[in-house]
Design a protein around this ligand. Sequence first.
Ligand SMILES: [Zn+2]
Length: 329
Amino acid sequence: MNGVRVGKRVIGADSPVTVGWDNLPKVEGGPFKRMFFTYFQPAVLLALVLFWMYAPDSIAKASTAIGIGIGFKVLLYILEWVNPRYKSWSLTWKELVVDLFYVAIAYTLIRYLGKNFGSDVWAEHILKSFDTEKFTWFTSMPLLVQAFLITLFADICYYWMHRGMHNWYPLWLSHSVHHYITQLNINKGQIGNPTEIFLIGLGIGGFFDFLPRAALLAGSLGMSISIYQHANIRFNTPRWWLFLFNTTEHHSVHHSLDYEASRSNYCNTYIFLDRIFGTCVDGEAELLGMEGGRRMSIPEQMTYTFTEGYKSSKAFLQRRLHPAAVPAE
Ligand SMILES: [Zn+2]
């Protein structure tokens, strides 16, 4: 396979990746269906922004945000079923059981750890010493600007955390498990070694109960853009959206079996960050995973980070202590 040159890199030399937007499959069907899957993503974004900007205080609460989040996920399940991006990504019983296992973990164990050791603990600490007057320069800006800046800041952090995970071996041990998934669907964001979900959960979870409206708006801004990255839904995503935002298209490239392609599109929300930092690859991939698409069992996913970490630290120590005894690689 030859691959395609993107900047200094060759994409698609190990496994096929469609590079660019021109050869992507289009939504098939009647005019209503095509229109629906063209404007769905922008329409939802607009509706949520308007809701969080203008809804009265009595309904603009964190519990409403949770309700909307759950309802929206259910809608996306239906859309995955109506108009899948790839048949090969369709949910099988085996996939569903694994997915549900992780969703259950995410909602129980990780929440519990977060509450006791993660962001909830230091959120309380920070909020106690929080001097609201120092932030009037921020809170006097228009709500939408505040929300955008919050999501931008969060996404810059996410970008470097994620890029670090791909480049620093100890973090890669934790993150690599997530890269063994061989298909994308709404549940796949949860799949990985629990250590990783905990690392990401350190982020913002703890502030949830104290959120002002700008943060709720920021949350739904982030959700209505980044939730699609693991969705198996074929959209005719508008060009301007592809230019600004992270999409299933971009994220499938990030999960590609192709090594170079997987080292791209690190952002969670704003793909223009990858454009700025030089890691964006526009396109799409169907064949996903690691090691030729080898599937991992749940027990292996749970233990991989630790067993691999143990193996490599042992090998490292052996090389250090008895350099002569280890044959050169
Ligand atoms: Zn990754």
